[in-house]
Design a protein around this ligand. Sequence first.
Ligand SMILES: NC(=O)C1=CN([C@@H]2O[C@H](COP(=O)(O)OP(=O)(O)OC[C@H]3O[C@@H](n4cnc5c(N)ncnc54)[C@H](O)[C@@H]3O)[C@@H](O)[C@H]2O)C=CC1
Ligand SMILES: CC(=O)C(C)=O
Length: 261
Amino acid sequence: MTDIRVAIVTGAARGIGRGIAVKLAKDGFDVAVADLEGQRQEAEETIHRIEQEGRRAFFRPTDVSQRDQVFGLVDDTVNELGTLDAMINNAGICQIKPMLDVTQEELETIYRINLFGMVYGVQAAAKKMIKLGKKTGHIVSASSIAGFEGFPILSAYSSTKFAVRGFTQAAAQELAPYNITVNGYAPGIVDTPMWTFIDEEMSKLNGKPLGQNFKDMVDTIALKRCETPDDVAGVVSFLVSDNARYVTGQTVIVDGGMQYR
Ligand SMILES: NC(=O)C1=CN([C@@H]2O[C@H](COP(=O)(O)OP(=O)(O)OC[C@H]3O[C@@H](n4cnc5c(N)ncnc54)[C@H](O)[C@@H]3O)[C@@H](O)[C@H]2O)C=CC1
Ligand SMILES: CC(=O)C(C)=O
């Protein structure tokens, strides 16, 4: 009998997070599906798809911007599923606004979710893996191509995603003695509700018809199609596998050919 492997995926009710959760279930992980309480119904669909793969799953309402909730998520996962092998800090929000108009409140909101939430996830997961005496562990967080190049009207968002990469590099070095790898993924233009929001907000600013901004971005991709959550999930699946045991501190661009680093 093989050992049970357990993963937590935040923001797993829909979009990229759901894609990752289902892919990890296919890989043999039981999965804690974490998202906002308001996303319970969508989270049930993610759980259904995980269970179709023969794996266990449960929904843990979690606001990642709240430190105690993230630590509670990790505790509850180990209580419910038995252990913790992989933490995927995927939850995030986007803001579309000219840089000069970004308010203090908006800055605080996006930093609390995209950056603080990720930091809490790394801290809580690493502390638990160390306490459990795990021989190995994997922590993977969502950056973006906007975390490699500053995108106009996404200034606050871009800066959070640069910060994810910086924190990932530092945490990887501190957690290496415990054989815990810390990496990131940087998607490009993924067809999820986040991009529906981005497209709508861009239309308001530049007057293009709905869907046009999305299409214009996809036209710049070398592989000439938009990215799917499953395209991202394949890279995350690799980063939490034994094949990636010697990869740490990296943020892997998975964008179909938009940026070349
Ligand atoms: N869609 C895209 O093109 C790209 C997305 N990303 C990143 O990938 C990640 C996932 O993005 P998508 O699936 O596209 O977004 P999405 O908006 O479709 O889904 C995000 C999920 O995160 C949840 N969430 C939001 N705030 C939360 C909080 N405070 N606590 C817990 N959960 C929360 C939402 O409820 C939602 O279920 C994000 O970090 C995003 O920044 C990065 C590059 C490109
Ligand atoms: C949402 C996002 O990160 C991009 C680059 O579109």
